[in-house]
Design a protein around this ligand. Structure first.
Ligand SMILES: Nc1nc2c(c(=O)[nH]1)N[C@H]1C(S)=C(S)[C@@H](COP(=O)(O)O)O[C@H]1N2
Ligand SMILES: [Mo]
Length: 256
């Protein structure tokens, strides 16, 4: 495990260097983000603290690509078919019994079927996925903006992070989980995706719902999401570092 970690860390240094052009490319797209106005209007319902964070979400968009640039082979990485009892049961009925839970520090806990999620406003984006192992791939993702789900659930004033609880036990090390702060949660490109390249999201890529948080590295993009929990701290979860790979030594903020 240590050896693998070292390899992945070495790769990470390479990726950060190679993608600095990407960060620059995003700079001229800072303003004019569609939907920011309506997002701010509904932000009235949020606390003062929340409003500041929503404002700072008008940060650069990650670069988006054309359909012609979509990768023919998009590697599936990490878990590709969860074996936990609940997941096997949901998958057997094509996730008709699946419910996305949203709870923790929210005003209105949610349990949403896949159909309910699919009937919400959606966003489609073609982006590049960068894994610390040293590969990248371009794919088209369609899903509901996380901001929409959070507005529906309503955050309590002390909520600071969203934790994504997944269905897979990776390498017998425990259930995969990840977390992001509210700035990334309200970013317009942060979506819970249910489709990839125009098709229902395949199991190897995270069916029925996976997070896309486009300004960070691949390991942040939790697949097989069962539950989104709003918290004020993740110190008491896992080993306290905010995610499965973070608990094994990776950075919590994996910006590209
Ligand atoms: N639940 C879960 N999410 C996960 C992983 C995983 O093993 N389990 N692997 C992560 C890593 S390291 C990467 S690079 C991407 C891979 O996404 P893909 O399989 O769609 O390529 O998912 C991330 N999210
Ligand atoms: Mo990754």
């Amino acid at each position: 495990m240590t050896r693998k970690l070292l390899t992945r860390r070495t790769a990470l240094t390479g990726i950060v260097g190679a993608s600095s052009g990407l960060i620059l490319a995003g700079c001229d797209r800072i303003v004019q983000i569609p939907g920011v106005l309506s997002m701010l209007e509904s932000a009235e319902k949020l606390s003062q603290h929340g409003q500041r964070l929503v404002l700072s979400a008008s940060a650069p968009l990650a670069r988006e690509y054309s359909r012609a640039e979509i990768s023919k082979n998009f590697k599936a990485n990490g878990t590709t078919r969860p074996q936990t009892e609940d997941y096997v049961r949901y998958a057997a009925t094509e996730f008709t019994d699946y419910k996305l839970k949203i709870d923790g520090l929210v005003l209105r806990p949610q349990e949403l079927s896949l159909d309910e999620v699919r009937n919400m406003p959606s966003r489609t984006q073609i982006t590049r996925h960068d894994c610390v192992e040293g590969w990248s791939a371009i794919g088209e993702w369609t899903g509901v903006p996380l901001s929409h789900l959070l507005q529906q659930a309503g955050l309590q004033t002390n909520a600071r992070y969203l934790v994504f609880h997944c269905a897979d036990n990776l390498g017998g090390q425990g259930l995969y989980y990840e977390s992001i702060d509210l700035v990334d949660a309200f970013h317009p490109q942060t979506i819970m995706a249910y489709a990839m390249n125009g098709q229902t999201l395949p199991v190897p890529h995270g069916a029925p719902l996976r997070l896309r948080v486009e300004r960070q590295l691949g390991y942040k993009m939790a697949k097989y999401v069962m539950r989104i929990e709003a918290v004020d701290s993740f110190a008491k979860m896992g080993r306290g570092r905010g995610g499965f790979w973070e608990d094994l030594g990776y950075e919590w903020y994996a910006g590209i």
